[in-house]
Design a protein around this ligand. Structure first.
Ligand code: ACO
Length: 410
């Protein structure tokens, strides 16, 4: 047995490999004795969770027992937050208390506002400003996992709103505790109370992206908190993981592609040219889904409703044509790999329709996903142990360090 096999054993007592885990059998990067290992943890079950389940073959996402399409378009964000943090939907009185508790944590400290102001002076990207401000949420408070989680969930909309306004030379909007979470976020960014339709569309988005199995940022959060570090540290690290274009950074480029195409007749030539240059089409493909991402359907329906009620219908139609062309060309280019629409494509369209600039797409994803990160941190603290996989060493061995007489001792 090769020494590498231990990867499946000691770090994760319950770790098992799915049937398609051995994807790497012929990867020439690895010496023969470790070929057959799943690359980059693909297919490895690293933990057990009650929070969400992604069925990549059937294209189903279950959030704490509910299919995403049954829950996200109808529940309030507060209900979904209660569901993930407490394992069931709230009774009416619990819902009122929980909503008040969350709303009471929205205001930012003077220091956070000052840091955001300084960050705006350097034109920092909103997602970087969010990461900086997230790290400060523990300042002056007793460390407590449950409180940290609630405070982070409640504060993220205020941070993003205040920062966006600072970046545009505007004062932050005073926090209103009477607005539901999604409406509060729109109010913080745009400075006006949103219509019911806009608040509903955003709540649907936040609910849709609030959790998604052991995605990269959630895994990062669980790894951090598995050391018995604190929830704010874990959430700060998760924002960093979300920022990357292969994870939460895709919707901006996805919308850019639709704008670059401009008219349906150009879709084929622009997409073909991208694929010829070896570019990835943002908003397509997924590590887990081999069919269409169910979140794309939920958001496509939300976007359709929203655009039909007064948005730019021409843009919605163009996006649909771009999607169809992209899928056709991806099938043509990669018949062996099913590349379907992912959540980011319709995220871009919906958030754009709601008036969000593309710089706020990833921070808005974080406003939803901070709920999942928080719930995973609490679950990891309750049930988990230190997450500590192993690496396969493929570097040189037996090199000799020449201490030579002329080298000064340090
Ligand atoms: N466009 C064109 N080709 C693609 C795409 C794409 N969107 N996605 C994968 N491929 C190709 C790859 O180039 C690769 O081709 P090769 O074998 O010739 O090198 C093949 O398909 C397999 O790609 P992998 O990188 O192994 O696929 P993986 O499962 O690691 O990637 C990922 C998943 C990162 C999401 C990928 O599909 C991608 O880069 N998509 C675009 C970015 C994006 O939309 N990200 C958001 C994902 S959803 C989320 O995180 C919330």
């Amino acid at each position: 047995m090769s020494s590498v096999t231990v990867i499946y054993r000691s770090p994760f007592e319950t770790a098992i490999c799915s049937s398609d885990a051995a994807i790497n059998i012929d990867n020439p990067r690895y010496p023969p004795q470790i070929r057959g290992m799943p690359e980059d943890l693909e297919g490895v079950v690293a933990t057990a969770t009650r929070l969400s389940h992604v069925d990549g073959k059937a294209g189903r996402l279950t959030i704490a027992g509910y299919a995403v399409e049954d829950l996200a378009p109808y529940a309030s964000f507060e209900e979904v937050a209660y569901l993930l943090l407490h394992g069931r939907l709230p009774e009416p009185a619990e819902r009122v208390r929980f909503t008040q508790d969350l709303a009471g944590r929205r205001a930012l400290s003077r220091l956070v506002l000052e840091v955001l102001h300084e960050a705006a002076a350097t034109q920092a990207r909103p997602i970087d400003a969010l990461r900086m401000a997230a790290a400060l949420l523990s300042l002056g408070r007793e460390e407590s996992a449950g409180d940290d989680a609630m405070t982070a969930i409640a504060s993220f909309p205020t941070i993003v709103g205040a920062y966006w306004r600072a970046l545009n030379g505007q004062e932050p909007v005073p926090v209103r505790s009477d607005l539901p979470h999604a409406a509060h976020y729109l109010h913080q960014v745009f400075g006006a109370e949103p219509s019911t339709e806009r608040a509903r569309a955003l709540a649907t988005y936040l609910n849709t992206v609030c959790d998604h199995g052991l995605n990269a940022s959630t895994f990062a959060a669980r790894v951090i908190v598995s050391t018995r570090s604190d929830v704010i540290s874990a959430i700060t690290g998760a924002v960093g993981a979300l920022k990357g274009p292969l994870h939460g950074g895709a919707p901006g480029p996805a919308l850019d592609m639709v704008f670059e195409i401009g008219t349906p007749e150009r879709a084929e030539s622009v997409i073909r040219a991208k694929l010829d240059r070896g570019e990835r089409l943002m908003g397509f493909g997924h590590r887990i889904y081999r069919v269409r991402d169910p979140r794309a359907d939920v958001l496509a329906r939300a976007a359709e409703r929203f655009y039909a009620s007064g948005g730019d219908q021409r843009l919605y139609d163009l996006a649909q044509q771009v999607e169809a062309t992209a899928l056709r060309l991806l099938r043509e280019r990669k018949p062996e790999r099913r590349l379907e629409t992912n959540v980011e494509f319709y995220t871009a369209l919906l958030l754009h329709g709601l008036g969000f600039p593309s710089e706020l797409f990833t921070p808005t994803f974080a406003v939803g996903r901070v709920l999942g990160w928080s719930a995973h941190c609490l679950e990891q603290l309750r049930d988990g142990r230190l997450i500590r996989p192993q690496s396969a060493y493929i570097g040189p061995t037996g090199l000799h360090y020449d201490r030579g007489p002329a080298r000064p001792a340090v």
